[in-house]
Design a protein around this ligand. Structure first.
Ligand code: C2E
Ligand code: CA
Ligand code: CA
Length: 570
């Protein structure tokens, strides 16, 4: 980061007074008198009996502690040779930086050498003190690189430290990045308020720090995400030991006012290697591993390239690629019902894949593979086309308009890699559907990765007339002020808050909070994962708009879903 500070200009009089050829003692005295009052440290340097010395110096120069005679001037002592080289060169100007003093009270000067012509025996040396500016710059920089809440390095600083590590190469290349994601952190914010959330983050940071060695770098890389740059001394298992220490450090509940809070975390590990050049790659790898960790419940390693290649050759990725190419994926449809009337208002399309070998993969398994491999782009486009085709088919079957919408899921990676709005538009047009027939479901994580791009995409989708739903709401760490600015129509309350809600006051509090937030922002709400009638009634009473879950129907094959719609809405 370069902070531009304007440099002090040398007084023009100095350049004019630059000596030409040999200077006479009388000229010297004249120069000494004329430079005395110039407020910048200034000296005339030229040949003396045995080398280079100061022929004249002004008050500012002496005041800066730069001496006047050869013996006592640190300037001549340290830079005499450089001045001599300049004077014997054919240049008339040179500029450089110079530090003077001990590390603690070091002063930083910008030095300018100038003489009227290359023939001149003497040159003027101007010193501009930049110490104050440099300090300000450094402080400012420190501030910009620090997370103000925890005092830890922030994401930008983490990236920079990692870059240094990568640049160092060699043996220093033995390092790993750990990303630690706090699970359900937003529950604390929702239940106890953001002050308590902040307090918790500070305590977590402290405990994490305590589980690390001094050489390791701990940073806050996101709302509820921490990054660790680990220097590996022995072998890669060290990273697992650190992960265990971290899990242990967070296992003891946190005391916050009257509550005891348990914080679980997901940990992803990515190892540095010769192939890694970009720090962002390594951070992303560790974040991918975090996703796996969320599913498996323990720390996960990002699989290195070699492993990836093996997986590509024999594994699920190749099969998935083929499945997408050959149209072997299908969509199932789960109804979303109006809680007050029980009518079906839309269907969410959910991808299904049965491999050639007859293995059933859950989207929770193959969507992450698609995201990591880039297959999410063709998969996402296929899902849009397929959903649009089915909806068109239903419209025709119903004798012109089946009266409901379809919801399609968009992954954060897909939003990042594909131009979504045009793809949605093409799918709609090809099937003669109005934009209003589609809801696009996005997750909070999409916002964190690239807010501007996602915001642009959302607006483009709204332009098409589509509806936008925030999926799995409550599991991420959304900036509420930011949410308010986005054209979101619906919040989908994550299943984890709904399941078992009736027996859990915490969950009820979160659901209430989300409902009142949605109401304040003028958004609709859909509760996911409703499995009992009682739950549906309670949610309706709390003011939730729509519901989805096994109580209505599991995700159904297209034909079964159509039949379900016909019998439910007539
Ligand atoms: P999601 O968007 O949160 O979808 C809801 C998930 O909850 C579905 O799981 C659904 O089967 C399940 N579910 C619905 N009601 C209930 C219930 O009452 N109880 C329980 N226990 N579960 C219920 P599914 O189909 O396994 O999908 C998992 C996730 O995969 C989805 O979560 C979505 O994020 C992702 N996904 C599915 N299809 C696609 C797709 O076409 N594109 C993308 N990008 N993601 C997809
Ligand atoms: Ca969804
Ligand atoms: Ca969801």
């Amino acid at each position: 980061m370069a902070l531009g500070f304007s440099r002090a200009k040398t007084a023009p009089v100095v350049a004019e007074a630059a000596a030409d050829g040999q200077l006479q003692p009388s000229q010297l005295a004249g120069i000494a008198a004329s430079i005395e009052l110039i407020p910048v440290a200034l000296a005339l340097v030229g040949p003396v009996e045995d080398g280079i010395g100061i022929a004249a110096a002004n008050g500012a120069f002496r005041a800066a502690g730069l001496g006047t005679t050869v013996g006592e001037s640190p300037l001549i002592e340290q830079l005499g040779d450089r001045f001599a080289r300049f004077l014997s060169s054919d240049r008339d100007r040179e500029e450089f930086s110079w530090e003077f003093g001990s590390a603690v009270d070091c002063r930083h000067f910008r030095i300018m050498l100038a003489r009227r012509s290359p023939k001149s025996s003497h040159c003027f040396v101007t010193l501009t003190d930049h110490t104050g500016e440099l300090r300000t710059e450094r402080n400012l920089r420190r501030e910009m690189m620090t997370d103000s809440l925890t005092g830890l390095p922030n994401r930008a600083a983490f990236s920079e430290r990692l870059e240094d590590k990568i640049a160092a190469g060699g043996d220093a290349a033995r390092y790993a990045v750990l990303i630690i994601d706090l699970d359900r952190f937003s529950r604390v914010n929702a239940c106890l308020g953001s002050m308590a959330g902040d307090e918790l983050l500070i305590t977590v940071a402290r405990r994490l720090k305590g589980a690390l060695r001094a050489v390791d770098v701990l940073a806050r890389t996101g709302g509820d995400e921490f990054g660790i740059l680990l220097t590996l001394e022995d072998d890669p298992t060290e990273a697992d030991h650190v992960a265990q220490r971290i899990e242990a450090a967070l296992a003891t509940p946190f005391r916050m006012s009257d509550f005891e809070i348990r914080v679980a975390c997901s940990i992803g590990v990515a190892f540095g290697s010769d192939e890694i050049e970009d720090p962002e790659d390594l951070i992303r790898h560790a974040q991918f591993a975090v996703k796996r960790s969320k599913a498996s419940g323990h720390a996960e390693h990002y699989q290195t390239r070699a492993f990836d290649a093996a997986r590509t050759a024999f594994g699920i990725e190749t099969e998935l690629r083929r499945a997408i190419e050959q149209g072997a994926l299908r969509l199932t449809y789960q109804p979303i019902c109006d809680l007050a009337t029980g009518r079906v208002v839309s269907f969410e399309s959910l991808a299904r894949w049965t491999s050639e070998g007859g293995q059933e993969y859950s989207p929770n398994q193959f969507i992450p593979v698609a995201e990591e491999s880039g297959l999410i782009v063709p998969l996402g486009r296929w899902a849009l086309d397929e959903a649009a085709k089915t909806l068109r088919d239903w419209d025709v079957r119903a004798g012109g308009g089946c009266g409901i919408k379809f919801a399609v899921n968009l992954s954060a990676i897909q939003l990042h890699r594909d131009d979504i709005a045009p793809a949605v538009e093409r799918a709609l047009m090809a099937n003669k559907l109005a934009g209003s027939r589609f809801t696009l479901e996005l997750t909070e994580s999409a916002l964190v990765a690239d807010p501007q791009r996602v915001s642009d995409t959302m607006h483009a989708l709204k332009q098409l007339g589509a509806t936008i739903a925030m999926d799995d709401f409550g599991t991420g760490y959304s900036n509420l002020a930011y949410l308010q600015k986005l054209p979101i129509d619906t919040l989908k309350i994550d299943r984890s808050f709904v399941t078992g809600m009736l027996a859990d006051r915490d969950k009820v509090a979160i659901v209430r909070a989300i409902l009142s937030l949605a109401q304040a922002l003028g958004m609709d709400t859909t509760a996911e994962g409703i499995e009992t009638n009682e739950l549906a009634q309670t949610l309706a009473a709390l003011g939730c708009t729509c519901g989805q879950g096994y109580i209505y129907a599991k995700p159904l094959e297209a034909d079964a879903a159509y039949d379900f719609l016909m019998s439910a809405n007539t």
